[in-house]
Design a binder for this molecule. Structure first.
Ligand SMILES: Nc1ncnc2c1ncn2[C@@H]1O[C@H](COP(=O)(O)OP(=O)(O)O)[C@@H](O)[C@H]1O
Ligand SMILES: [Mg+2]
Length: 244
């Protein structure tokens, strides 16, 4: 059984079809990349899966249950978490407290929430940051804190939306290692939207490609990047030549 099963999902904004009858599955333990040009409908797809947008057609099943009509809060409780492309950090809380907010979803005990938040920080090698306000941190650290905050909810599936955007190459290396650790050591299934192709190629076992709201390719990233439709829609001829 797939952990996530999206079937014929369609989402319209007025006359614009942002997601057109999209189907795919994610297996437990998998890391799936979601790529495509700006405006292709990637973030919308995440929002539909996570219950932030009502969908027009189709179904979303998570861990065997139909979650299509559930609220984002109910979906989070079932173990599906997401980070946002644009960071929403609580300004008055420090890093540790931010992560504790997620932990309060499954415990009412402040002591337990704190212990778990500390464990997550340690696991991600971020223990030094616990006392800082999120707004005080450099962007790269903020992105890692965003992932740590999502982990506080104990997700089985984590949706990551462009966590490497705006980072330099060494920061990208660091965040790639963090994602790898969340996947391999913490055992979280991950779906990842990313424009940094090297990162997608290194991390993803499989990729889904969107263009104008439609799924145009799916499969092993090594084959998908050679697909003429993907080159035309997204990667460009130059990428194809450089990586031939
Ligand atoms: N809340 C919204 N209201 C109206 N149109 C939207 C909304 N969110 C996204 N769109 C439109 O849907 C399309 C897909 O956007 P998005 O999912 O953000 O693409 P991506 O994440 O792939 O860059 C774009 O044309 C965008 O302008
Ligand atoms: Mg987006």
């Amino acid at each position: 059984m797939a952990l996530l099963e999206v079937t014929n999902l369609t989402k319209r904004f007025g006359g614009l079809t942002a997601n057109q009858s999209i189907s795919f599955q994610v297996s437990e333990g998998e890391m799936l990349g979601l790529i495509g040009p700006n405006g292709a409908g990637k973030t919308t797809l995440f929002n539909c899966i996570a219950g932030l947008h009502p969908i027009d057609e189709g179904t979303v099943r998570f861990n065997g249950a139909d979650i299509t009509r559930l609220s984002s809060h109910e979906i989070a409780r079932l173990g599906l978490a997401r980070t946002f492309q644009i960071m929403v950090a609580s300004g008055d809380l420090n890093v540790l407290e931010n992560i504790m907010v997620g932990c309060f979803m499954h415990t009412a005990s402040r002591m337990r929430a704190k212990a778990e938040a500390q464990r997550i920080l340690k696991e991600l090698e971020l223990s030094d940051l616990g006392g800082y306000l999120v707004s005080e941190l450099p962007v790269a650290a903020q992105k890692r804190v965003a992932m740590a905050t999502a982990l506080g909810t104990r997700p089985r599936l984590l949706l990551l939306d462009e966590v490497a955007a705006g980072l330099n190459p060494s920061e990208i290396e660091g965040i790639t290692a963090t994602i790898h650790r969340i996947h391999a050591q913490m055992g979280v299934t991950i779906m990842l939207i990313e424009h940094v192709m090297e990162m997608v190629m290194n991390l993803s076992q499989r990729v889904v490609v969107l263009d104008y709201g439609q799924k145009i390719a799916e499969g092993d990233p090594r084959f998908v990047v050679k697909d003429p439709n993907v080159i035309k829609a997204y990667l460009g001829e130059r990428y194809a030549k450089e990586h031939a």
